[in-house]
Structure formats: structure tokens, C-alpha cells
Design a binder for this molecule. Sequence first.
Ligand code: SAM
Ligand code: SF4
Length: 322
Amino acid sequence: MDNLDRFGRRITYLRISVTDRCNFRCIYCMPPGGVPWRPHAEILRYEEIVRLVRAAATLGIRKVRLTGGEPLVRKGLPDLVRELSRIPGIEEVVMTTNGALLSEHAEALARAGLSRVNVSLDTLRPERFREITRLGRLKDVWEGIRAAREVGLVPIKLNAVILRGVNEDEVAELAALARQGFSVRFIEWMPLGSVGEDFRRRFVPGGEIRARVEERLGPLVPLRREGPARVFALPGGGEVGFITAISAPFCSSCNRMRVTADGKLRPCLLSPVELDLKGALRAGASQGELVRLLAEGIKRKPFSHGATEAVPHDREMSEIGG
Ligand code: SAM
Ligand code: SF4
């Protein structure tokens, strides 16, 4: 058993959703009323996550990302980080957060062994920020980003989802943050869950985002592929990347699998195939059995999710862990 899938891809990266709950209701991620939270008993306990990651490490997983929902709404997250970062074979534990609670927790997270953070930031305008997140305050996020920088959770990546008629006019300002030492990533909106017709109106392809950046800031110079992102040097300093899951999927270089908050292994974000890790854990599976289940997930990882129309709408992003 190893971490090589049927298409020769090495799976070294596990994204774990530690909660389906969130203190924001971003318009591209959740319906206005949010999604019904799962009862606590359905969510993986920290010790279950630790057992899974131990098994995954023996298969060749080297990097773990904690995500959600909003990971920082779950109590005691630094305790989980500490446990995970001590597992032999795990080289990096990182986190994706909306940043709202980051100023409170950055120091404890850094001390616990977190390597870096990605923070979602779709606009620099406070009112627009409120419209996009429905509940968030931009000021809190900047305080979180500052705190993360101070304690060395760097380099910080800033993730921006661009939507037509919402923030597509801000891509140059967002890209320019790269000159202040942030890595900026533009993410194409993916039609998960309940977005329906809105998708056709609001989707902005990565090519258009890039053209808008170049028009204002000058030509981007290709640097490298980094997981799902194509990364470019920005004239004047810094780098920006584009994650074009819809217009130019990156399936051939995909090295990741996901664990949902309710304990399902999801080999591909956009395919509904899931394996029941929580069921196995709670039925008393041994480490060897967990390893076998993870290895089966690797073998069942599809090559391509196909384009927009084929994408299944079985769950919201907040449930799977973006
Ligand atoms: N709450 C945290 C946050 O917002 O960073 C972590 C979870 S969130 C689901 C992870 C990432 O997925 C965020 O960068 C968010 O912008 C992105 N995201 C959410 N829904 C998306 C969608 N439908 N298409 C593309 N990206 C999405
Ligand atoms: Fe919450 Fe992140 Fe989804 Fe926004 S993108 S609603 S912050 S989980």
C-alpha cells in the first residue's frame, strides 16, 4: 500500500474540515440562512482526527491543512495542532481561515506548531466585505492578519474568490497586496451546493482575472505550478496565483484528499465519492484498517471532475472543507 493513485499522482496532502460551522455566511459558500449545523456527535473528535492523520502519515501524507467551516470557531484548535505537528512524517500543519478570530489565537497556534495560514480576503472595502461575508468585519480580519505576521505564521496567502458584479473591479488592488509580502491567490468560483442559476451570471474565469490584473499592474511572468495554482511574478514585486478549477482544471497535478467535518474521506472535492472514516473509527478500526481505507480512497481518486455542468451539487463548500 502506498500513496500513488491509478494515474501516477502521489497523494501527500490531506485537508481536514474540523467543523461545518462558521461565523460568516459568504455569498459564494452558503445560502443566506446558512446550512443546518450537524450535531456535535456527528463531527470527528480531535482524538479521531489524530488517529486518522497517524494512519495517513504512514501512507505518505506529509502536509495537513485544517479548514472548515471556520476552523477557529472550534474550541481548543491549538491542542489539535500540537498533536498533529508531533506525528512522525507530518512535515507541515497549516490552516485556512476567514481571519475573524485569528488575532485571538495566532500566538497559541504558532506555539502549538502551526506553520502558516491562508486567509480569505475578497475585498479591501469594509462595506463590500460585509455584503460578501454577510456577518464579517474587515477590520477584524486585518487585525488577524497582522497578528499572524507578528508571530511568524508566514508567508501568508490571501485567497480571493472573484464574482462578477461583486468584486471583479478590485482584482488589481487585491493583486497589489503581493507587493506587501503576501502571496495572493485568485480562486474561480466553484458551483458547489445550492448556487444554481447564479453561477452563470457571477462566474469570472481566471483568464479574465489575469487580464484585469495585467491591464492595471503590467505583464505577469510565469514562475511555477504550485498544487492547483499557476503562480506568476508581479511587476514591482511579489507573486500572484490563479486557481482555475473550472476553466482550466489541474487534475493531473492534484496531490490531495479531503476529510469532511462528519468524517468522510472525499478523494476529489468535486466528485461525490466518499468513504466512511468515522464509521470505521467508531467501530474500533485498527490503524492497519484505517490505512487500508485511506489507501482505497487514493485508488478511487478520479482523474477529472469534468466541467461545470457535470459537477455534483451534493454538499456546500463549508461542509467539505474548501
Ligand atoms: N472559513 C475558512 C475560510 O473562509 O478561509 C475556511 C473554509 S473556506 C470553505 C476555504 C476556502 O474556500 C476559502 O478561501 C473560500 O473563499 C473558498 N470557497 C468557499 N466556497 C467556494 C466556492 N464555492 N468556490 C470557490 N472557493 C470557495
Ligand atoms: Fe465561512 Fe469560509 Fe464559507 Fe466564508 S468561505 S462562509 S468564512 S466557510
